[in-house]
Design a protein around this ligand. Sequence first.
Ligand SMILES: [Zn+2]
Length: 293
Amino acid sequence: MTMIARIALWWVPLFFLLGLPCYGGGLVTISWSPTELRQGEVLSVVVKSETKIASVRGDLDGTPIFFHEREGGSLGGIAGVDLGVSPGPHPLRVSGEDPGGRPFKSVFQVKVRKGEFRVQRLTLPREMVELKEEVLRRVQEENRKVKKILLGIRREKFWHNYFVKPVDGSITGAFGLRRIINDQPRSPHSGVDISASLGSPVRSCNGGIVVLAQELYFGGKTIIIDHGLALYSIYMHLAEMRVRKGEEVKGGDVIGLVGATGRATGPHLHWGIRLMGARIDPLSLLRLFSSGE
Ligand SMILES: [Zn+2]
């Protein structure tokens, strides 16, 4: 990166975070957090105006951000930076109409830093790693089904700006961990593993609709909750599922019990988050929204 680009990167966010007028002449302020964003994290964007904003649209790198009304009349949206996104500046575009009906349009460069993902090398017997033909077919079918669910966009918003950790316990499997099994790189760990004793209650991290409650080959008893606006949470290896597909849940509701079903070495909860298909560190959502607003 050149020196000029670096100055521009700092100058543009500071200019708008200081609450100076935006393009179009209306008093519209655009801010985002965290300012230090890493791969696999969530970006929260807030658009404020002295009076009601007519409309706001936005995208991060071309992926739409859905804005919703927040308390106090401002508009907020979240964007996910997939753990595999290349580090460097990524354009955040925000446009709309200001209170006077005049259009505003801004492009910022959000700097994405490299995530700190560890590499774990494992050597396992071949029969544990290689899947039989019929198992492979089952896994592929399950993967297709889950992928399709996670790419769906429900326009209704069920989540609130307060996320809860689904189970008490320490993180034993970090997000983004790169496993290399018998010299073959596997897909990075797309959630966090929380250690907890068998049968501990697992709670929904926020409000939503259960869109999957099924036993999967790798994930074991798995629940997926659609929180609306392309945000999903995933809970795996459950001993018991306490909700059914189609059921509506609130944040904090018990949805199942910690177990070791599927491919698991001991009781723990695998908790994953997807936002517009991006694999997000659930802990980054907790950091951003754990105290309400
Ligand atoms: Zn896991």
